[in-house]
Design a protein around this ligand. Sequence first.
Ligand SMILES: Cc1cc2nc3c(=O)[nH]c(=O)nc-3n(C[C@H](O)[C@H](O)[C@H](O)COP(=O)(O)O)c2cc1C
Length: 196
Amino acid sequence: MNILVIKSSVFGDNGNSSALVNAQLDALKAQHPQATVVVRDLSTDPVPHLDGDRVSAFFTPPEQRNDEQQAVDAFSLALIEEVKAADHIVLGLPMYNFGIPSQLKSWIDHVARAGITFRYTENGPLGLLDDKPVTVLAARGGLYAGTENDTVTPYIKLFFGFIGITDVTFVYAEGLNMGDDVKEKAMSEAQATLAG
Ligand SMILES: Cc1cc2nc3c(=O)[nH]c(=O)nc-3n(C[C@H](O)[C@H](O)[C@H](O)COP(=O)(O)O)c2cc1C
């Protein structure tokens, strides 16, 4: 059992999403004591922003890549290998300015690779990775889940589905900036969902 943990709070382990990630990890480790865990904390170890040079590196045929382009490709492939090797992915997902953290977007930009994690067919895109459970711990200051303003949930489902991963479960802690009582209730309800 390999668990891939992806934390994307700018506050590192102090983030509310990271607290939920750690709670989910504890629950999984209790169920699978032999599990190996790979942690990718995107705040302490950020993935570079996608730019023209990096996209060119992806699109250049392997035998024509220069050293720098090879390094870009190798870095992206290492991120993809972590996803492939995982039996379960635990993703911390803060909401910042109505969307996902830009650090997480950079990670997605290095994992969504044509010909490697998906390919286009006559019938549309085909995900190339094996399906596996993904638990998403979504932390928000306000209330969005189940409303049309929650553009993050469909986006994350779309991304994972695009690369072949459809078993995605969301746990929400919302209203975290709506007073201490609301926050405490939301966090403890989310933690109880994970423990259960
Ligand atoms: C820069 C910034 C932007 C934020 N934007 C939103 C927002 O658009 N909607 C919302 O509900 N909460 C927003 N929040 C509140 C966060 O969603 C909340 O603090 C949550 O706990 C973030 O997860 P984290 O603690 O794991 O980083 C924002 C927080 C920060 C720091």
